[in-house]
Design a protein around this ligand. Sequence first.
Ligand code: NAG
Ligand code: NAG
Ligand code: NAG
Ligand code: NAG
Ligand code: NAG
Length: 480
Amino acid sequence: MYLSVFIIALISTLCQKNLVKAQDDNQHLTYSIKTEWNGEPIKHQPTNITISVNSEGSLTLDIEATFFNTTNPNAELVNEAHCPQRPTDHIYIYEVVEAFFLNDAGDYYQLELAPNGQYSNHLFSGYRDRLLFTLPMFGMEPVVENNCENSGIDKEEECVWTARVTIPREFLPKDVTKFNAAAIHNEFVEGERITRYEALYPTGEDVIEADFHYFEAFQEIDLTSIAFSTKTEPELWTQAKSEDQFITRDFKLTRSFDCLKEKSEDSIFHTERGEGHLKLNVSIINKSPFKANIPEALQASGTNEELFNDLYESAWVTFSNARGQSLRVGLNPYGTYQISLLSNGEIRKNIVLDEPLDCKPFEQLSWACQVEISNDLFPMNVTQFQMVHYHTPLFNETTNERDPENEIIATICPGTLEGAEREIDWVGCETENRLFVDDKTNAVVSQVWAELLTETTTVTDIPDTTESTETSQSSDGAGN
Ligand SMILES: *[C@@H]1O[C@H](CO)[C@@H](O)[C@H](O)[C@H]1NC(C)=O
Ligand SMILES: *[C@@H]1O[C@H](CO)[C@@H](O)[C@H](O)[C@H]1NC(C)=O
Ligand SMILES: *[C@@H]1O[C@H](CO)[C@@H](O)[C@H](O)[C@H]1NC(C)=O
Ligand SMILES: *[C@@H]1O[C@H](CO)[C@@H](O)[C@H](O)[C@H]1NC(C)=O
Ligand SMILES: *[C@@H]1O[C@H](CO)[C@@H](O)[C@H](O)[C@H]1NC(C)=O
């Protein structure tokens, strides 16, 4: 009796082991893009995408694609300092591989990845209806291996670039049922640029031009077959789809601004959209003390116009638009703040708040402050943002002097400016304004900015070239 129970238990254990092993062997889904968007066969090695689940339980895409050397020539970021590439919109007009995950309600996630590491993440709710776009993957950027650029592109033998992308769970909508993938590149035929749109599942004959968002072309995907579940709706989707879109985010600064220094501080910038304002809560846990450094003038709660001039322990957030206008918010552990409206790097106005900042009593190492930033202060149509933690440990005990080598400057969006090795990029990464502010409110010039711009007369106003470039970009890329 006992023996038979034991044997049954043993057999079932063995069976389970076999079952797990069998699953392990099949724990990936592989796709090859072999056709153009209209079903015509392609004339090069197919782009391959393998989907699996990594040891942390995240969905991972391994990509293999032929390199055509038609990536974005205007990749602005200087990458030589080991910084990862950034979220960038409109890369689909160059060379990219794309993946789409769709559910039955028409919610979908689109990934675009370029062979230079630039990437885009977009969430849509309904056909081409952008819910949130150009979402960042800070700290878990795609890893691209591309040695083609210097190897020479031999027409006989294609050079292949590879990439691994770990998709944050919150990007995937609830109950993914369908999938499609695409590859875009350009070719020069008799000097003329021709864009090739290739699709895993091509559209039928009823579609007359490339359209990767065409739901009918998508086919079933069963992510549970690789033990991945999308049963619950991520908070990001719920917030973005809700009427007031009161989106909350935690931004963890994990890299020094030039990606060269080890960073051990915890710097978390928590943002929370609210009624008419953005709540920003900065929470810092340093590994080394800073307090003795801070000059007395910067040890008082309230506004101080010197905060930015000589940077001591402090936290900064900037929101900028394509016209060179920005809002810069800086604060330190004592509740000293400087909130500035800038135009082309020049401060035009410093803002005085009605209330002092809300700061926790701080220790030698840790501090946290909270501020409400009124929507009026945002420049119109914010397109870029940056977050900076300036950590100035104690002065050198021997020399009693400030030691720049000892300072740690962390940014959410690392990368130094071209030609200025040590310069922090205060403008930062492309962003979706809806993460921070209501986009309808932000689509018009606020009263604060309107007053500022009339005060400073039209002579100093720079011509607005944004609109024309944006239009030309979005009218391109039929297939994106
Ligand atoms: C994609 O996979 C196929 C089959 O394994 C292979 O022949 C092809 O070379 C791969 N494509 C690339 C770009 O490596
Ligand atoms: C890639 O394109 C750039 C710019 O068009 C060119 O300078 C470079 O030689 C090309 N690289 C290869 C490997 O063909
Ligand atoms: C800011 O956030 C931290 C961590 O979430 C929290 O401990 C702190 O109370 C918050 N600060 C304020 C002033 O609300
Ligand atoms: C302090 O400065 C001296 C002289 O520049 C230098 O040798 C030493 O390493 C510094 N100490 C620290 C802790 O950085
Ligand atoms: C600002 O953004 C809105 C919404 O995206 C757009 O309709 C409008 O044209 C933009 N304005 C300018 C001047 O770019």
